[in-house]
Ligand binder design. Structure first.
Ligand code: NOJ
Length: 749
């Protein structure tokens, strides 16, 4: 729905509410009076059993006939994990033609970073700092998936992740609230489309909430987030996605401060429904209702079903708790009929708005040519180019194609078509994936020598004689390292974040050959690569780049594209620094560069080491800060000025600065705007991202750039439990990363 249609719908809804004499909250999903009329009309015809059936989601598997009776009886409202368009049509046919009320199914799938055409993992998408491109990618995913009958994706994942041990850091936008929110909005817009049509796929924002803060980075672990942290850090991306019109939301597995999300009235009913007015569908995570028994939060399925409906959860994914117990809970009076009706309204609304009643079927023949369409592959390649972050370059890159006759390609990720797709790429096929090796061979026939060195990233080896011998003969060494897809994602947490197996030794051996070494890391998380940096002349961090990773990386390495990605998460020197993120609160003892252990005489005895917040062995700083990334050119910021010195709380700060491309190549910089609230009713982050802009400049070009910061963006949830801007002094930076730049000050009155 575009902006205009949304406003008209809202006006119509408010008019309807006024005519009924009831105050009504504006719809977040953009429903219309006509949709609501249809919802009520259907609801009025439904039996309790049919209503509860709509609230039941099951996973497909085996022949369609396995589900036929339940579908006919109206006992299933949604299925997930069926992708075959013919079978999806058959499921729909049974529902539409053979069930009493003909209510179509909502078919869901984890389309996380592309359907067949796989884009970079979401962490890589965030590294683009390019919401428009991310939106385009989500649109591509929708076009491909909806053509096969999938009208609901369990994406975007908006969990803030500040612990790279957590395998699911791959699936989100990293550590920053503001960046996460922009990425979430972009994906919602991309999936759902500018207007509702057959290519609209309902987005599902997940996991609500706090899941990324799992203690120790162990997946599914408990979280202990205070309400203030939730409101200032973890909830805003969800609110932004809801405001962008997200149709659905998923509750998370974790318990926060003892309360599992699927039974958490406070977050679902009070905040999501009450404060934000969300009128979309809330689904559990896979059996997260049943897991409340394992949590020890409820004794049995009946009890957890009651807890979930009480919390405001509409649909049960795979616990069978609702279908088994809700009818009896309603009959006994333990659950109100109105709670069931509300849940069913939320489900039917989505089905009606998606147009499923009018168009339940897909054209199977038409679906195939859309998959991997050239324009989709092209979008995936551009995105992979923008998502790679250049972390080191001592002048090796870009390579000049005519100067390197013999190219040694090595490393376990050079030709790993499945693994470069990353986690949650169920539908991307390795036959369609272009690896760096393939792309290089195609571009430089006869000039590529491939010696993998290691077959898997986990392989241990003592000697690398063969590959080193080839390196000596080659003009350049391209080493593709990292971690396979299986090493990140759900339930794939790690305690050690160094390159696995003998990859670091391989890199060191390659360096000994004396030829330029370019390392490319493909991984689902920011690995601790400090020890590897001295062993390469350049290092590109590509995350898992997807279907078109090979051509994208070759374009970057040979200068047909210039890196512009920035780290969406802090890169640590060692895993012991976890958690270390740029926007931490100001301590009473900020680090000021004091003595490290290495500088102290062993005999020094008891001494004061500065008594500030840092590690004796690793200091206080990361390897690379949030927002960091090099280009093949260089950029300089100058003349940063604000339009005023003081602003009212409803004002807008206008920042202007000159950005200069001071190098000899064209390039794109991500200018980042950070603020710090110097004194608050509670301690505030040392810096917070509040804006960014991608700016392309020709070699030698300078441009004056303006950015705006609405003062309202400075609001936070302070001591009095109210979100507001607290007047006072602020600092503002515009810089190329979160650790650079000089601040300018302003006052909010
Ligand atoms: C469990 C995961 O946590 C969730 O993200 C996913 O969408 C569901 N399974 C469905 O596959």
């Amino acid at each position: 729905m575009n902006h205009r249609t949304r406003i008209l719908a809202l006006a119509a809804l408010l008019a309807l509410a006024a005519s009924c004499g009831q105050p009504q909250k504006p719809s977040t999903v953009g429903t219309t009076p006509e949709v609501e009329r249809r919802v009520e009309q259907l609801l009025s015809q439904m039996t309790l059993a049919e209503k509860v059936g709509q609230m039941n989601q099951v996973s497909a598997g085996g022949p369609v006939s396995n589900y036929a009776d339940a579908l006919r009886a109206g006992q299933i409202g949604s299925i997930l994990n069926e992708v075959d368009p013919g079978r999806i049509n058959e499921y729909q046919r049974i529902c539409v033609e053979e069930s009493r009320l003909g209510i179509p199914l909502l078919v869901g799938r984890d389309v996380i970073h592309g359907f067949h055409t796989v884009f970079p993992i979401p962490l890589g998408l965030a590294a683009t700092f390019d919401p428009a491109l991310v939106e385009e990618g989500a649109r591509v995913a929708s076009v491909e998936a909806t053509a096969q009958g999938i009208r609901w994706t369990f994406s975007p994942m908006l969990d803030i992740a500040r612990d790279p041990r957590w395998g699911r850091i791959a699936e989100g936008s990293g550590e920053d609230t503001w960046l996460d929110a922009r990425m979430g909005e972009a994906m919602v817009r991309g999936y759902q489309g500018a207007q509702w049509d057959a290519t609209s796929m309902a987005a599902c924002v997940k996991h609500f909430v706090g899941y990324g803060a799992a203690e120790g980075g162990r997946d599914y672990n408990s979280t202990f987030l205070t309400e203030r942290q939730l409101r200032n850090v973890y909830l805003p991306p969800f609110e932004a996605a809801v405001r962008a019109g997200a149709m659905t939301l998923m509750t998370s597995f974790n318990d926060n401060d003892g309360v599992p999300s699927t039974g958490n009235r406070f977050v679902v009913k009070d905040v999501l429904r009450g404060e934000w007015g969300f009128d979309g569908l809330v689904v559990t995570d896979w059996d997260s209702m049943g897991e409340m028994i394992a949590h020890g939060f409820g004794a049995d399925r009946k009890e957890v079903a009651r807890q979930a409906i009480d919390a405001g959860v509409d649909m049960d994914m795979m616990t069978y708790g609702y279908i088994s117990h809700l009818e009896e809970l309603v009959r006994s009076g333990a659950v109100k009929q109105s709670a069931i009706d509300d849940a069913v309204r939320n489900i039917l609304r989505v089905k009606i708005m998606l147009g499923l009643f009018e168009n339940p079927y897909v054209d199977v023949e038409a679906a195939a040519p859309l998959q991997y369409a050239p324009a989709h592959l092209e979008a995936a390649r551009r995105t992979a180019e923008e998502s790679a972050v250049l972390l080191k370059n001592d002048g090796v890159l870009p390579l000049s194609a005519d100067k390197v006759r013999t190219i040694l390609v090595t490393g376990p990720m050079a030709d790993a078509p499945h693994d470069q797709l990353g986690t949650w790429a169920f539908d991307g096929q390795k036959e369609h994936t272009v690896t760096p090796l393939q792309a290089l061979r195609e571009r430089f026939p006869g000039r590529v020598v491939y010696v993998p060195g290691l077959k898997y990233t986990r392989e241990h080896k003592d000697r690398f004689d063969e590959v080193v011998a080839v390196a000596r003969r080659a003009d350049v060494v391209l080493a593709f390292l990292g971690e396979e897809a299986i090493l990140s994602g759900e339930a794939h947490s790690l305690a050690d974040l160094n390159l696995m197996g003998s990859q670091s030794e391989l890199l060191a051996a390659l360096r000994s050959a004396g030829k330029p070494v370019v390392a490319t890391v493909m991984a689902g998380r920011p690995l601790t690569i400090e020890r590897d940096l001295p062993n390469c002349g350049a290092l590109l961090y590509a995350f898992h780049p997807g279907t078109m990773g090979g051509p994208a990386l070759v374009n970057l390495i040979f200068g047909d594209a210039t890196p512009s990605g920035k780290t969406p998460v802090t890169f640590l020197r060692t895993v012991g620094q976890v958690p270390l993120y740029y926007n931490h609160n100001m301590t009473g003892r900020p680090y000021n560069g004091e003595t490290l252990l290495a500088d102290i005489e062993p005999e020094a005895g008891q001494t004061s080491l500065g008594n500030t917040s840092y590690y004796l062995d690793y200091g206080a700083y990361p390897l690379f800060p949030f927002g960091y990334g090099l280009s093949y050119t260089s950029f300089a910021y100058s003349g940063i000025a604000l339009d005023k010195g003081e602003y009212p709380v409803d004002g807008t700060v206008k920042v202007s600065f000159t950005l200069s491309n001071t190098g000899s190549r064209d390039g794109t910089e991500v200018a980042q705007l950070y603020v710090r609230d110097l004194v608050g009713s509670v301690t505030r982050p040392v810096r917070e991202l509040k804006g960014f802009r991608r700016i392309s400049l020709r070699a030698g070009e300078s441009r004056t750039v303006e950015m705006e910061l609405p003062v309202a963006e400075l609001a936070f949830w302070g001591l009095d439990g109210v979100k507001k801007v607290e007047p006072g002094e602020f600092q503002l930076w515009v810089a190329g990363d979160s650790a650079s730049g000089e601040p300018v000050s302003f006052i909010v009155r």
